[in-house]
Design a protein around this ligand. Structure first.
Ligand code: DGT
Ligand code: CA
Ligand code: CA
Ligand code: ZN
Length: 573
């Protein structure tokens, strides 16, 4: 029989969610969530344990153990069924809209009969929320924005999810006999923050073996369309993927075309037209005679148009074609330019790996320096204390003596509603660096939020503003602030802005980065790792920085340690 761990974890999580929606005890809900996490990670089959053994699983007390046993014996949990019956269909979906908690979702259902996100959007459009108790004048606007975020999150997937899926497909297809080239193109190659579908391009004389291998991949749940040179599949993770097979001769122009963006392609094609050339995915041709001029590599294609090769993350028609014509494509920062990571966590707060394991993993990545920045006390669920922080500092200094990489001791401070942070100057002086982030009061009015962020920059011990917009892609909109003013404050005070590499954040978003750089801001590309594996998300931060045209000189953790240390002193004696 299959293990019950996944099933049971799912039911416990559902119980927690429904408890919250029905206005039950939030601590009880949190206990069920915690139990769900440990059940999922438990190394033995939960279905094989008696009630006593179940209670050895962290977070599982008497009542949760009884529910697990009930499920094993009867295939159902009565208390859960009762909760399910209390919640009208559709209301659970409503609670996933950012800005709409369980209470208000229930209220909307009760008073307006709303039971889907589409109905909610309709009600917002018609201004029907305005009159409800507890819904202020701005509620409609805010919920409308939440619906946008929610819908976007459902239609597109996060960068890392698409990347894992594409990498597996490219590996499998590259092994098919007769394959001469294979790589992903589209928005994934451009490192956009979310991905609509995966575009894979391959070169082969005969596409048939590739197409057959593509539709036979284990993650394929449906073949959406199939033709001699293009096949589209639906994968289990909800993503679609296109495979196109071209002759090796046309590789360069096909790769350029399918990398996009569409707007970039239009701009490049206009250059071709001006030179009396015709560009398509099949090649660059003489417009008059139809003679093929180049098609084999992207470099040749751009070169024949009088352009320098343009890195894919820049291909958004935001001035890159003009820059390439002038020969002024910046030397973009690359993953191997990074000398360290400046924002990471351990199990002292909400990380899951020990200080020693995180440091060992950082050493394996070849970093020259590495900072530990656990959460500060004002994020009270993390239970940080002054004593714990000081003890960690001692432990880190002792560990540093055995390491070839330089260890920096820091903290991730909380920027309070008024811009103040957790500790006074006396205490902050002990840290090698401080990241400071907004973790609460996300809905402050724009001026107040701007003042709050600027005040944090003015703190002489705040070196990096963490995830500056505080958005969660598809889950929480960015805070409202005058970012131009923040950028000027950063430049003036020597405070870096973070490019948080977590695929759920990618924050500062790439569309703000160039404006910040033009204002004189420096950046820290950070993993914000909470586990050893998270350290590998750095590549997404680098892609985001490249989309913002950054060079190693713009990125403080691409600098040598001495230059970094001087920056971290922030003009202090
Ligand atoms: P996505 O999938 O929404 O994340 O974004 P892309 O950029 O991957 O878009 P997709 O998959 O529709 O098409 C892949 C590339 O193919 C696109 O970036 C540029 C090229 N392409 C597709 N349709 C057109 C078009 O109508 N005009 C031009 N110029 N290029 C196109
Ligand atoms: Ca695509
Ligand atoms: Ca596509
Ligand atoms: Zn953090």
């Amino acid at each position: 029989m299959a293990w019950l761990n996944e099933d049971v974890a799912g039911l416990l999580r559902e119980y927690a969610e429904l408890t919250q929606i029905t206005g039950g005890d939030p601590f009880r809900a949190r206990n069920y969530e915690k139990a769900a996490r440990s059940v999922r990670g438990w190394p033995d089959d939960i279905g094989g344990l008696d009630v006593k053994a179940l209670r050895a699983v962290p977070g599982v007390g008497a009542s949760i153990a009884a529910k697990i046993a009930e499920y094993r014996d009867t295939g159902a949990i009565q208390a859960l069924d009762e909760l399910r019956a209390k919640i009208p269909p559709g209301v659970r979906e409503l609670t996933r809209v950012p800005g709409l908690g369980p209470k208000r979702a229930m209220q909307l259902h009760r008073e307006l009969g709303i039971s889907s996100v589409d109905q909610l959007a309709e009600a917002v459009k018609e201004g029907r929320l305005g009159g409800l108790p507890g819904f202020g004048a701005k509620s409609g606007e805010r919920i409308g924005a939440g619906i946008e975020v929610y819908r976007q999150g459902r239609e597109r997937v996060l960068l890392d999810v698409a990347m894992r899926s594409a990498a597996a497909l490219v590996t499998a297809l590259s092994a098919v006999p007769g394959t001469q080239r294979c790589q992903y193109a589209g928005s994934l190659r451009r490192m956009r923050e979310t991905i609509g579908d995966i575009d894979i391009l391959a070169a082969a004389d005969d596409p048939r073996a590739l197409m057959a291998a593509f539709t036979a991949q284990p993650q394929v749940v449906a073949v959406v369309a199939s033709g001699p040179t293009k096949t589209t599949i639906q994968a289990a993770d909800g993503l679609q993927a296109d495979l196109r097979v071209v002759p090796l001769e046309a590789w360069g122009t096909a790769l350029q075309y399918f990398t996009g963006s569409a707007a970039h392609n239009v701009a490049v094609r206009q250059i071709a037209v001006r030179r009396k050339l015709r560009l398509s995915e099949y090649g660059l041709f003489d417009a008059e005679t139809g003679e093929l001029i180049v098609s084999r590599t992207e470099e040749e294609l751009y070169g024949r148009l009088g352009l320098a090769w343009i890195p894919p993350p820049m291909r958004e028609d935001r001035g890159e074609v003009e820059a390439a014509a002038r020969g002024e494509i910046p030397p973009l920062v690359r993953l191997d330019d990074l000398n360290g990571d400046l924002h990471t966590h351990t199990d002292l707060t909400d990380g899951v790996a020990s200080l020693e394991d995180m440091v060992a993993a950082a050493a394996r990545l070849g970093y020259g320096y590495y900072a530990i920045t656990d959460h500060a006390p004002d994020l009270f669920l993390q239970r940080m204390t002054d004593e714990k922080m000081l003890a960690q500092a001692d432990r880190l200094r002792a560990l540093a003596a055995t390491q070839s990489l330089e260890l920096l001791h820091g903290a991730e401070l909380n920027i309070g509603p008024d811009g103040s942070v957790d500790w006074d100057q006396e205490f902050l002086r002990r840290f090698d660096l401080c990241v400071a982030s907004v973790h609460s009061h996300f809905d402050q009015p724009r001026d107040q939020m701007t003042r709050r962020l600027v005040a944090a920059c003015e703190n002489p011990h705040v070196n990096i503003i963490g995830h500056p917009t505080a958005r969660r892609i598809g889950r929480r909109p960015p805070v409202q602030a005058d970012f131009g003013e923040l950028f000027r404050a950063c430049a003036r005070t020597g405070t870096a802005l973070e490019i948080n590499a977590s695929p759920q954040r990618l924050d500062l978003p790439s569309d703000h980065i160039r404006a910040a750089r033009d204002a004189g801001v420096k950046f820290a590309i950070d993993s914000d790792a909470h586990s050893v594996n998270d350290l590998d998300t750095m590549c997404y931060g680098v892609g985001t920085a490249q989309r913002g045209w950054l060079t190693p000189d713009d990125v403080i953790n691409a600098w040598p340690l001495e230059r970094l240390r001087a920056f971290l002193r922030k003009g202090r004696p």
